[in-house]
Design a protein around this ligand. Structure first.
Ligand code: NAD
Length: 350
């Protein structure tokens, strides 16, 4: 008999092409009168359109969201919101913009509505992050969880295939690690298996036909499910390794996930038969780790860490750091095992 604890996260999800048209109703439903629309400078036009849809329920647009949520940006948005009398946040964009909404919710207690336009999945988690003086601080707090998430696949049609691929594979990695997490449950397993199926099927279609709306909808659904897995479980070796590689060697976040995932899957799935079976079903394969490597290759992701500019001599330092702090993983990680894995990921074959 399995035992588990599952904490359901309270949020409303509105999904479908054209669902952006209902944002004003969603804001009204939450009893909000004037929300500040948040975006990056690149997505200002979309933010203006959302403000228009909100009409009197818009307090205005703050378009300075940036990667890694700098504290100075949160300060500037907070000042602007106070001057405009905002009573909530409408984050329109990817993980960076939603991250700004979360940081503002943490600081002010005012609710966030999210309109995601990438596959990163941040909108489904209570995880926040803030950066100051080059140091990133993260935490979990239910106050930052968006109250309502409006998923409109039309908004992802403009996401370039390369960003679609890397943010999609990043989301897929959350589901893979959720399948063997210490706090996995039947609900999480079902979400993870379907999320992997959605993304693995639809990402190659988007690589060929970025304008395929059905594939865009499947990816966004996969992003939702994989994000929910991240929000509900504790991540393992893969996330630890990517965190160390990113922090120590300043590697691109999503590409690092995409390169490392097949190698960690190959290592961990040997110890987790039910997770391996779920992934074989989702990927329609006898060898889940090889299928993940093939998917990355099909999507044009760099093959190995060396292609991301990593010096082989740095791998020992990475191993030291990974082994220095304990984390959850289904299979014990010894130094020789970790070095073998890192060298394989560096060369680029699972
Ligand atoms: P992003 O939000 O940084 O966006 C990247 C660029 O793409 C931006 O310039 C943005 O304006 C643009 N863009 C976004 N959607 C677009 C669209 N539909 N069409 C054209 N351009 C578009 O990228 P991301 O991958 O969504 O987010 C990455 C960040 O999210 C990382 O910092 C990561 O740490 C964070 N994240 C956090 C969580 C969490 O739970 N807290 C989960 C996943 C990711």
């Amino acid at each position: 008999m399995t035992s588990f604890i599952y904490d359901a996260l309270p949020m409303r999800v509105v999904f479908g092409p054209g669902s952006l048209a209902g944002v004003a109703d969603e804001v009204e439903r939450l009893g909000l009168r004037r929300v500040l629309v948040l975006s990056t400078p690149e997505q200002r036009e979309l933010a203006d359109h959302v403000a228009e849809l909100l009409g009197a329920r818009s307090a205005g647009v703050f378009d300075q969201a940036r990667m890694h949520v700098p504290v100075a940006t949160v300060d500037a948005a907070g000042t602007s919101a106070a001057a405009l009398g905002a009573d909530g946040w409408m984050a329109v964009g990817g993980g960076s913009t939603i991250g700004l909404g979360k940081a503002l919710a943490l600081r002010t207690g005012l609710p966030v509505v999210a309109v995601p336009t990438t596959y990163a999945g941040s909108e489904m988690t209570p995880i926040w992050g803030l950066t100051q003086d080059g140091r990133k601080q993260t935490g979990r707090d239910r106050a930052v969880l968006p109250r309502t998430v409006v998923y409109d696949p039309d908004l992802t049609l403009s996401l370039p295939p390369s960003v679609s691929a890397t943010s999609g594979l990043n989301a897929l990695a959350h589901a893979v690690e959720a399948l063997y997490a210490p706090d996995v449950s039947p609900v999480v397993s079902a979400m993870a298996e379907q999320g992997v199926r959605d993304l693995a099927t639809a990402l190659p279609v988007i690589a060929d036909r970025p304008g395929d709306l059905a594939a865009r909808a499947a990816c966004l659904q996969g992003a939702w499910l994989c994000g929910a897995c991240l929000g509900a479980t504790t991540m393992g070796l893969h996330h630890k390794l990517c965190h160390v590689l990113g922090g120590m060697l300043d590697l691109p976040h999503a590409e690092t996930h995409a390169v490392v995932l097949p190698h960690v899957a190959s290592y961990n799935l040997q110890a987790t038969p039910s997770a391996a079976a779920a992934l074989r079903r989702a990927l329609v394969t006898d060898d889940a780790a090889a299928a993940l490597a093939d998917l990355g290759a099909r999507l044009g992701v760099p093959a190995g860490l060396r292609d991301l500019g990593v010096d082989e001599a740095d791998l020992a330092r990475v191993a030291d750091e990974v082994l220095a702090h304990p984390y959850s993983n289904p299979r014990p990680v010894t130094r020789p095992d970790l070095e073998t894995l890192l060298h394989a990921a560096w060369k680029g074959r699972a």
